[in-house]
Design a protein around this ligand. Structure first.
Ligand code: KG4
Ligand code: ZN
Length: 329
């Protein structure tokens, strides 16, 4: 079976082809829009939609070429339908519908979050259910007890900023570029993670919930009080100390939740799972390779594959949704 995945929920135009027995990636093409949004310090929705329009067909063609298959070989199409920027989602969704209708094959709308949860399994087939999943991206910080495919129990989540959002906002405060996560990660290598003590966000009576806005404010207040500009060594210490606070908080709550539920396997996914300090301090967890941590279509195709196998398809009336009830991922 050959299945095409399409992902356009945010600022990456992506397409991938998977085959089965065993389930594996034949191609995974990603056209990043970072250079489009970088000058604005964040994503500009209309520019994102327009870039998707330009890139979507060439990206799909490249995915088919790299997989060395023809359009007529496809047996199913999976496309991200939520959550995300509606104008961006609609580009991928409409292309998926058009292709499925023309080829006479089923299509299925997929949750981007569920995609992130499947990503580590593509490279680690030894991972078995149940597992504890920490999903840390630019839009979400969620902790799930994953009982089996499509059976998720939400254990905790952020009350304000997502972990990736905190990295991006702190990078902006420090005068770094966008996206901030990789830049902070890099600079932190030269810094002392214990140089500055920042507060961890605690939510009373909710031990597995996260809060990063207080930390962001603490960094902003610290920077305001610096006289004579930030030296390179102070910048590195700020990055390392901020990163250490986030990483320790993420790991502490995830490990505690796994222990409490009696679960031995932990997976980490989403853009922040690229973070080198998080990977180093949680060696027992399964992380996707960086290309599968950030937004990609292989993870969408993987969810689509399992859904189609279970006989799930979507109607032509399916529409894009900006938000998603994260209790049901
Ligand atoms: O999963 P993703 O590609 O898109 C969303 O669904 O949000 O995640 C993007 C986020 C951005 O906030 C980016 O700053 C963060 O992941 N990120 C990182 C690193 N690489 C990407 N955060 C910390 N350390 C990194 N190395
Ligand atoms: Zn994502």
């Amino acid at each position: 079976m050959f299945i095409l995945g399409i992902e356009t929920s945010c600022d990456e135009t992506a397409a991938a082809v998977l085959t089965d027995q065993p389930l594996r990636i034949l191609s995974n093409v990603i056209a990043s829009q970072n250079e489009v949004h970088e000058p604005y310090g964040g994503i500009v929705p209309e520019l994102a939609s327009r870039r998707h329009m330009e890139k979507i067909l060439p990206v799909i063609q490249e995915a088919l070429d790299k997989a060395q298959i023809k359009l007529s070989d496809l047996e199913g199409i999976a496309v991200t339908v939520m959550p995300g920027l509606v104008g961006s989602l609609l580009v991928g969704l409409q292309v998926a519908k058009g292709m499925a209708a023309t080829l006479g094959i089923p299509f299925v709308g997929v949750s981007h979050l569920e995609g992130h949860l499947q990503a580590p399994l593509l490279e680690h087939p030894e991972v078995s259910y149940p597992f504890m999943a920490l999903l840390v991206s630019g839009g979400h910080t969620l902790l799930y007890h994953v009982k089996e495919f499509a059976k998720y129990e939400l254990i905790g989540g952020t009350r304000d900023d997502a972990a990736g959002e905190a990295f991006d906002k702190v990078a902006k405060i420090l005068g770094l570029g966008y996206p901030g996560g990789p830049l902070i990660d890099k600079l932190a290598h030269q810094g002392n993670p214990k140089a500055i003590k920042f507060p961890k966000g605690k939510i009373k009576d909710h031990p597995f919930d996260f809060s990063f806005s207080g930390l962001k404010t603490a960094v902003a207040n610290y920077v305001k009080k610096i006289e004579g500009g930030i030296t390179p060594s102070l910048l590195a210490d700020l990055c390392a100390s901020f990163q250490e606070t986030v990483v320790d908080d993420l790991i502490g709550k995830t490990v505690l939740a796994a222990k409490e539920k009696g679960i031995k396997t932990i997976i980490v996914s989403g853009g922040v799972a690229c973070n080198s300090r998080l990977r180093a301090k949680l060696p027992e967890a399964f992380f996707p390779s960086p290309l599968l941590c950030t937004d990609n279509a292989a993870m969408i195709a993987a969810v689509g594959y399992h859904s189609l196998k279970k006989g799930k398809t979507s109607p032509w009336s399916l529409n894009a949704m900006a938000n998603q009830d994260v209790r049901f991922c």
